[in-house]
Design a protein around this ligand. Structure first.
Ligand code: C2G
Length: 140
């Protein structure tokens, strides 16, 4: 994006998003692309294997592989581990975040962070999830 007086503010916005990103799919990609489009720098916090246990999520792939896939995306500037529900304020401060972006299945859940940064919920991509993929594969 060419930087000029009209979009300099937008270019510099620093965005963060959080997720498991198991069996990386189109819904994950659309979220990441739209999050990046809201600013100029995107941090993605990928849930660790231990944190997924706390979240009650069973992952097909380990953190190392899930993080490497996210890190390889051209839209992503930095990947950090997400190991607890409570790290978001520290992350926002440490990475100088202007905006937290999540899918709207999380609507309202992170409004308490609005005193630290903007909070935006984007529409979830319908009919795709790691769970649906697993179900479809098990039936094929
Ligand atoms: N997502 C989406 N469309 C889908 C599936 C997921 O937009 N069809 C979004 C989710 O809303 C989320 C991101 O992609 O913003 C990652 O989704 P998951 O990997 O399922 O992450 P989740 O288990 O929701 O973890 O602290 C927050 C949690 O770590 C979020």
């Amino acid at each position: 994006m060419e930087v000029n007086e009209d979009n300099i503010e937008k270019c510099q916005k620093r965005i963060i998003t959080y997720g498991t990103f198991d069996l990386f799919h189109y819904g994950h990609l659309r979220l990441i692309k739209r999050a990046k489009a809201l600013g100029g720098y995107l941090v993605v916090a990928v849930s660790t294997d231990l944190f997924n246990t706390i979240k009650g999520k069973v992952c097909h792939y380990p953190y190392k592989h899930r993080a490497q896939i996210v890190e390889a995306l051209k839209h992503v500037d930095k990947v950090i581990p997400e190991s607890s529900w409570d790290q978001k304020v520290k992350d926002i401060i440490e990475h100088d975040i202007d905006m937290l972006v999540m899918g709207d299945d999380w609507t309202g859940k992170f409004d308490h962070l609005k005193s630290h940064c903007d909070v935006v919920y984007l529409s979830r991509t319908p009919n795709i999830s790691s769970t649906i993929i697993k179900m479809e594969l098990s039936q094929s």
